[in-house]
Design a protein around this ligand. Structure first.
Ligand SMILES: [Cu+2]
Length: 217
């Protein structure tokens, strides 16, 4: 093949590779079947740190760790329990609290007066027995903006959905500490395609580089 044919081939391959990269993002976002039933979690906790889920129905008392390993998170972040279960918030690291954001009418996650939550010291616990069925969300007031949020589904009367992969939440790049926006993938793909096309165009038009002269010509 002569030089120009090679360049055309290379340009086409680069464009094709970019298109494949753009498609891979969508495919990775889809989960395979199999799956289990899980409560439908409010979007409020979609960017919560940790993000783990546990089905804890059938236990009369369950534990949620507050600030494990010094992280701004609740673990497990999302739990499903039966009505009448006592949730024990175990304060593993200092400087946190538990502040309800949404709860069903009559919900009792708010165990304090006037909605004011003192920061609970490390090593102490805060308990709430949740009788009223429904969806509860809460946060740690000082760290809500950093994603320290959680949710509790109580009873069988919550909205549920089928999810893939044995109850595991799909990995979210943001949980690994990488700020990530899908638009960047598309934008950088387009930039790469344009750059490779321009590069090919200029090589084809002005392709005889000074360094190439004086070779075998
Ligand atoms: Cu906190």
């Amino acid at each position: 093949m002569n030089r120009r044919d090679f360049l055309r081939t290379a340009g086409g391959a680069a464009g094709g590779a970019s298109a494949v990269a753009a498609g891979a993002g969508t495919a990775a976002a889809q989960e395979g079947g199999g799956g289990s039933v899980q409560p439908v979690w409010p979007s409020y906790v979609s960017d919560a740190n940790n993000g783990s889920y546990e089905d804890l129905r059938g236990q009369s008392e369950v534990t949620v760790q507050v600030g494990p390993d010094g992280n701004f998170s609740f673990a497990p972040t999302k739990i499903w329990i039966e009505s009448g279960t006592t949730v024990v918030f175990e304060f593993v690291s200092p400087g946190h609290n538990v502040k309800p954001t949404e709860q069903p009418d009559g919900g009792s996650l708010d165990g304090t007066e006037g909605g004011q939550f003192a920061t609970i010291a490390e090593g102490e616990t805060y308990e709430a027995t949740l009788e009223t069925g429904g969806m509860y969300t809460y946060n740690c007031a000082p760290h809500e903006g950093q994603g320290m949020k959680g949710a509790i589904a109580v009873g069988e009367d919550v909205e549920t959905e089928e999810v893939g992969g044995g109850g595991q939440t799909p990995l979210n790049p943001e949980h690994m500490g990488v700020p990530f926006h899908p638009h960047y993938v598309g934008i950088s793909t387009i930039v790469m395609m344009v750059v490779s096309l321009l590069f090919t165009f200029f090589l084809l038009k002005y392709g005889e580089s000074p360094n190439a002269k004086g070779g075998n010509n």
